[in-house]
Design a protein. Structure first.
Length: 339
């Protein structure tokens, strides 16, 4: 097929482009003039300059396209929250409408588990009895405290409206994605941060970590077998943050973190870090500390059963591949400097 990938230079988008090329598809890679193109290097894709906020560029990119993977997420750290939300939602609406008008057969919309909101259990120091969220969970949090997540939730509503208008749109919800090839987070990822300094404080809470290859496989399966209007969690391993950091430390050859920040001290820490985020590389945005004490654990059985996905890879494998890739970048940089 001829397939359009929006956000084609991003982590998920570029890896998806590679997989589609390997399957023999013709890929149209939509990206902005300012995008980092390293993820598309060497791929025989048609690079199309455009923007999801420019309907004319979308119409041109969709010419003769049969399917779309909408992975673009134009939200940058530090952007004004309301403007970022509006851009994301309007951009998604533009892509959906352009696809419908172009007669696209099928569209896979890349959302996030963040769109499901926060667990119903209150923040806690312990993961004991932490609930598993599934696709039935609905948005239940304060938009201003988590604008990225609210934008994903609002964009899902746009996808559902497009389904009502006749577009075969399927929603996928990846969790925290790890693996080789994230060109936009070569310094900000937790693996890079741990390898560089080894100083990462432990805070109560947990997340679900998924390997990029499992995310790509989930997208491909959703294109073939996903039910329009349904959402599918593309998740991996549920881990408390202390365990994720311990595994990461082992992978990069550091001692496990020992500094623990009590939940009661998180608000002042957030207040201190907020003005420093422009100058200090942190593995998370200070605003994410609003979510301390929540355990973002997910039930991935729906995707495994309905999309036919295998059991996901463990976080350790994803961390190992992330670290090896980061080391290769450092090695290549050193070789270029010597010459």
């Amino acid at each position: 097929m001829r397939i359009l990938v929006t956000g084609a230079t991003g982590f998920i988008g570029s890896c998806l482009c590679r997989a589609l090329v390997q399957q023999g598809h013709q890929v149209v890679a939509l990206h902005r003039p300012t995008s980092i193109l390293a993820g598309l290097e060497g791929l025989p894709v048609h690079r199309h300059l455009g923007d999801m906020l420019d309907p004319a560029s979308l119409a041109a990119a969709l010419r003769d396209v049969e399917a779309v993977f909408h992975t673009a997420a134009p939200m940058r750290p530090g952007a004004e929250a309301q403007a970022a939300i509006e851009a994301h939602v309007v951009g998604t609406r533009n892509v959906l409408e352009a696809a419908r008008q172009a007669g696209v057969r099928r569209l896979v919309h890349t959302s996030s588990v963040a769109a499901l909101g926060v667990p119903d259990a209150p923040p806690s120091r312990s993961a004991q009895n932490a609930p598993l969220l599934d696709e039935r969970h609905t948005w239940n949090y304060i938009p201003a405290r988590w604008p990225y997540a609210f934008a994903k939730h609002a964009s899902e509503l746009e996808a559902l409206r497009a389904v009502d208008r006749g577009l075969e749109a399927v929603i996928v919800n990846p969790s925290a994605v790890f693996g080789a090839g994230d060109w936009y987070r070569t310094e900000r990822s937790v693996v890079a941060h741990m390898a560089r300094s080894g100083v990462v404080p432990v805070i109560a809470g947990g997340l679900n970590a998924v390997h990029i290859d499992d995310v790509v496989a989930g997208h491909l399966a959703a294109l073939e077998r996903g039910v329009p209007g349904e959402r599918y969690i593309l998740g991996g391993e549920n881990l408390v943050l202390s365990e994720l950091l311990r595994i990461t430390a082992e992978v990069v050859g550091r001692r496990p973190p020992r500094l623990t920040v009590p939940l009661g001290l998180v608000p002042p820490v957030r207040w201190i870090l907020e003005p420093l985020r422009r100058w200090v590389h942190l593995p998370i945005e200070p605003s994410m500390l609003w979510l301390a004490g929540y355990y973002f654990f997910y039930d991935t059985r729906k995707a495994q059963v309905q999309l036919g996905l295998p059991a996901p890879r463990p976080y350790r494998q994803a961390a190992l591949e992330t670290f090896a890739w980061l080391q290769s970048l450092d090695s290549n940089s050193s070789e270029r400097a010597e010459h």
